[in-house]
Design a protein around this ligand. Structure first.
Ligand code: EPZ
Length: 423
């Protein structure tokens, strides 16, 4: 297995190109199942997760072709299979999102339950609640969801989500776009990825109002068309590089980043003493050598502080003056990076869903590893700021969600490289 080796201490200066958002791209790929015409996604991130979903879509009959210029074409002229096996869904939970589109277009599907995940139990009850509201008959047996639409297809309905789940909102939108009549999703998630999916489905012919607010109205259509759609910029990749510049020190522009998609993070970074400003084409992040202030954060659904940037923010706070309290409210087991950051010299105590981070003057490099994507990249951030060498193992986690991470960082002066082989 590859490793990432970092010699810490280099300032980050220059420009970093922000890719399309992984968490949007995966749902846009599932949307390709809704039409027999080609769906072309541009600014498509090249990631292990998107390749993986591509394999599942190909198994279902979708013609998948990737071009060098970050363009992915998906053509579901005919769906030849409506079965998504355990092996393919277990490895990448977003695969579960094929259930609604298959059901809406073909009237039936059998998709494996995704199972748990390193960061939490992550049930799919709200996804199933939404599909049932649209008229689906659902049976769960032997780890699989078997779903059937009524004769004549899914029917628009009111879906009231008890929690503003991103995945359940997206799943409901995908299915409702091909349902008869109006669907209203109450307490919908408001993440920018929801707006991106709404834009894509609208361009495919659905009528959608309210994406980005808590109430989304969808007028389903009997048929959707193909589309060429540019994936929204990745706000978590943006957050990650912003925190890397803040941690290592430097001055960099994140090209293509959208200021409005990370307001909660910017305000915490500003409080910590980092300069964040909109510039032509992106966002500039700058930090001089002085030590940062500690800031408390609590993760919340958008527009609150994103759980997907919590680990990276903890890496920054581990070098601030004073103590910072970090509360995780979205996932029940998302502090696995804390003991690894401690290997670099961070002083962190975790009690339930709260971590107290007492800033230290400097971190020192060490070998580390992590069990999920954002945790791994928090170790890269800490390694960039630490004295000496940090080796991050289990790089496959990073490859799931960060495109050309070493190239993007070394382009700004970081001393980072990938070594093949296992540690
Ligand atoms: C999406 O996950 C993202 N994944 C996550 O990113 C992200 O952390 C999360 O949204 C929150 O922003 C993708 O988009 C592929 P949720 P999702 O449904 O949709 C509970 C990353 O690192 N819940 O909003 O699964 C759930 O257990 C990943 O890129 C139910 O109880 O998030 C969790 O505690 C990690 N029942 C909370 O809601 C359900 O049916 C939020 O989950 C669904 C969710």
């Amino acid at each position: 297995m590859d490793r990432i080796v970092i010699q810490g201490g280099a300032r980050l200066e220059g420009r970093i190109d922000i890719s399309g958002a992984k968490n949007s791209a995966l749902k846009l790929m599932a949307a390709a199942l809704l039409t027999d015409e080609p769906v072309i996604l541009t600014r498509m991130p090249r990631l292990a997760d998107s390749r993986f979903l591509g394999h599942l879509l190909a198994k279902l009959g979708v013609e998948v072709s990737e071009r060098d210029d970050a363009q992915l074409s998906l053509h579901a002229a005919t769906i030849t299979d409506t079965f998504a096996p355990y092996d393919l869904v277990r490895k990448m939970r977003a695969s579960f999102n094929v259930l609604g589109p298959l059901l809406a277009r073909e009237g039936h599907a059998r998709v494996s339950l995704p199972g748990g995940c390193a960061i939490g139990a992550r049930p799919v009850d709200l996804h199933l609640k939404a599909l049932k509201a649209l008229g689906a008959e659902i049976e769960i047996a032997e780890g699989y969801v078997s779903a059937k639409a009524p004769k004549g297809g899914l029917v628009g309905a009111e879906i009231d989500l008890p929690f503003a789940s991103v995945g359940a909102t997206e799943h409901a939108m995908l299915a409702a776009a091909l349902a008869r009549g109006e669907t209203v999703i109450e307490n919908a998630a408001r993440e920018p990825e929801i707006g991106d999916l709404a834009d894509c489905l609208t361009a495919m012919g659905a009528t959608i109002e309210g994406a980005g607010s808590s109430t989304i109205r969808i007028q389903g259509q009997p048929r959707l068309t193909g589309v060429t759609h540019k994936v929204v910029a990745d706000r978590i990749e943006t957050a990650t590089y912003a925190l890397a510049v803040a941690a290592a020190g430097g001055d960099a522009v994140l090209d293509g980043a959208v200021l409005a998609h990370n307001k909660a993070l910017w305000s915490s970074m500003h409080e910590a003493g980092v300069t964040v400003e909109a510039v032509e084409g992106g966002v500039r992040i700058a930090r001089n050598g002085s030590r940062l202030n500690s800031v408390d954060i609590e993760t919340q659904p958008f527009p609150g502080f994103p759980t997907d940037a919590q680990a990276q923010f903890m890496a920054l706070m581990s070098m601030a003056t004073g103590s910072s309290v970090i509360r995780e409210t979205i996932f029940e087991n998302r502090f696995m990076h804390a003991p690894e950051l401690a290997r670099l010299g961070a002083d962190i105590t975790v009690h339930g869903n709260e971590a107290v981070v007492r800033g230290v003057e400097r971190l020192r490099g060490a070998p580390v590893m992590a069990t999920d994507l954002r945790a791994s990249v928090s170790l890269v951030i800490a390694g960039l700021a630490a004295e000496g060498e940090t080796v991050v193992n289990r790089v496959y986690h990073l490859d799931r969600g960060f495109e050309r991470l070493e190239a993007k960082l070394s382009g700004c002066g970081a001393k980072i490289e990938r070594l093949p082989g296992s540690a």
